[in-house]
Design a protein around this ligand. Structure first.
Ligand code: MN
Length: 481
């Protein structure tokens, strides 16, 4: 994306770092529970608060999840990785250091394909992914004079995913976060709930003149907690930096914060460097060594991921690229669709799903998991239309009843007598009646006002309460007019 400035055209250069909480019953180096939303300091072991003499034990479930995620990111899995201490002092980090990975991360380079609004796709390069422990949570807004700390989060496993600076617009960054969240949810390795902090994004933003190679200093915007805010933060920060340069000023690499109220980023601190953290290998944990058999075994457990599912739905179920993208973003929606479309026209089922069905969920403020209309019943409804048992118009009424009662559409059609009338003699009687009652229009039609045909069709359908088969109505009118 090109941004016009007073001194010429600019472009955005952006990379993302995303911290994703690993789904596992217990923490990465202790057996305390990872349950979210408990009372403060309920899920805390001696290890989590660094009692003297306590030692970390690696939770292999977190390793399984990290390897699964690495494979889902089409990335290199490193058979040898090392835990390191990242030293810094903060009240929510009782050890005085974070156990993380530095030179030897568990996952190396990978690729995530993103879908853009113009229908194109772009490959975003993953630089690395490492695993580490989360910190506790400081609460500064509960008392005017005191701060509180909740250690429930301390020691929860995190995957830190780092991309290359491949984003040239906020749209691309937003599409990436949605895609990453979708992949993690398909894999079941992170729930991706940014509003609960289980996925947190830092964006590194710099700008440069179009045609310039190399990078200018960047600003790292910390801990943005929604896709929308990440996109706003990138746009606001790029605009700010362009203004700085165009005013003849410079700036050094720095850390900033996004303020959703003003929509602006604000200065936090000058950038810290790796040597400030005095990284060194964690002496309490051996290097992590994985075998080919182990990695192969995890590979065999991988579910079908969004890109593969999308391709299959386009190929075998007649969906357009756009339909498939919308339906596959969410695993539950994709599974619901597949169930509903089983044995029916996939495109027609997709239209119902993305039209009336999604609108109904929105209106009722429901998710697909607690939809009153089941996948089987949506499929049956499409079937009734395909077999000409009901018209598309009647189907809308049937769908309304289904969304209220959750009933089987076949039962509704039967009980309410909504079956389309295909009995020619019954329709003929109505056609005769409509003609007899509207002789003026019949004369007009015969004198050349042929567009009255549609009006006659409408009258007959109306008289039949929507149930007359339109094709038979048309044929009979052709004969009798
Ligand atoms: Mn980190």
């Amino acid at each position: 994306m090109i941004l016009e400035g007073k001194t010429g055209n600019w472009e955005i250069v952006c990379g993302l770092e995303i911290h994703c909480q690993i789904i596992s019953k217990s923490k990465i180096f202790s057996s305390a529970s990872t349950n979210f939303g408990c009372d403060a300091n309920q899920n805390v072991s001696f290890v989590d608060v660094a009692m003297p003499g306590m030692l970390p034990t690696l939770n292999m479930e977190c390793v399984n999840q990290a390897v699964k995620t690495g494979l889902g990111l089409r990335a290199q899995i490193n058979k040898y990785s090392v835990f390191s201490r990242k030293n810094y002092f903060y009240a929510d980090l009782p050890q005085g250091y974070q156990i993380t990975q530095f030179e030897y991360p568990i996952v190396g380079e990978g690729i995530v394909s993103i879908d853009l609004e113009d229908g194109s796709t772009k490959d975003i390069r993953i630089e690395r992914m490492h695993i580490e422990q989360d910190t506790g949570k400081s609460l500064h807004d509960m008392s005017p004079t005191k701060s509180f700390i909740d250690f429930n989060r301390a020691g929860v496993g995190l995957m830190e995913i780092v991309t290359r600076p491949d984003f040239s617009s906020s749209e691309e960054a937003g599409a990436f976060l949605k895609k990453l969240r979708s992949i993690l949810r398909y894999l079941g390795t992170c729930d991706g709930n940014m509003d609960e902090g289980s996925m947190r994004c830092d964006a590194s933003v710099s700008v440069r003149k179009v045609g310039e190679t190399g990078f200018r200093p960047r600003a790292e915007i910390k801990n943005v907690n929604s896709v929308k805010f990440v996109m706003q933060a990138i746009d606001a920060e790029a605009k700010r930096q362009i203004e700085v340069y165009e005013n003849g000023e410079e700036f050094e690499q720095e850390t900033r914060q996004f303020d959703p109220v003003s929509g602006q980023t604000k200065f936090m601190r000058k950038k810290e460097f790796a040597h400030d953290y005095r990284y060194f290998p964690e002496p309490d944990l051996p290097p992590l060594v994985l075998s080919d058999e182990y990695i192969e075994e995890i590979k065999n457990q991988l579910p079908e991921l969004p890109d593969a599912k999308k391709a299959r739905f386009i190929e075998t179920m007649g969906l357009t690229k756009y339909d498939a993208m919308v339906i596959c973003e969410n695993k539950e929606t994709a599974e619901f669709f597949e169930k509903a479309a089983n044995g029916h026209d996939g495109k027609k089922v997709a239209n119902w799903l993305m039209g009336d069905f999604f609108a109904m969920l929105n209106r009722k403020n429901l998710t697909i998991d607690n939809s009153p209309v089941s996948a089987e019943n949506l499929g049956k409804l499409v079937d009734l239309i395909e077999k000409n048992i009901i018209s598309g118009k009647i189907a809308k009424d049937v769908f309304e009843i289904m969304s209220e009662t959750g009933e089987d559409p076949e039962k509704i059609v039967e009980e309410k007598g909504l079956k389309q009338v295909t009995d020619t003699s019954a329709i003929e009687a109505i056609v005769d009646m409509v003609i007899a009652n509207n002789l003026d229009n019949v004369t007009a039609f015969r004198n050349g006002k042929t567009n009255l045909k549609g009006w006659f069709v409408g009258q007959v359908i109306k008289e039949s309460k929507g149930k007359a088969n339109p094709q038979i109505v048309n044929e009979l009118l052709d004969k009798k007019l």
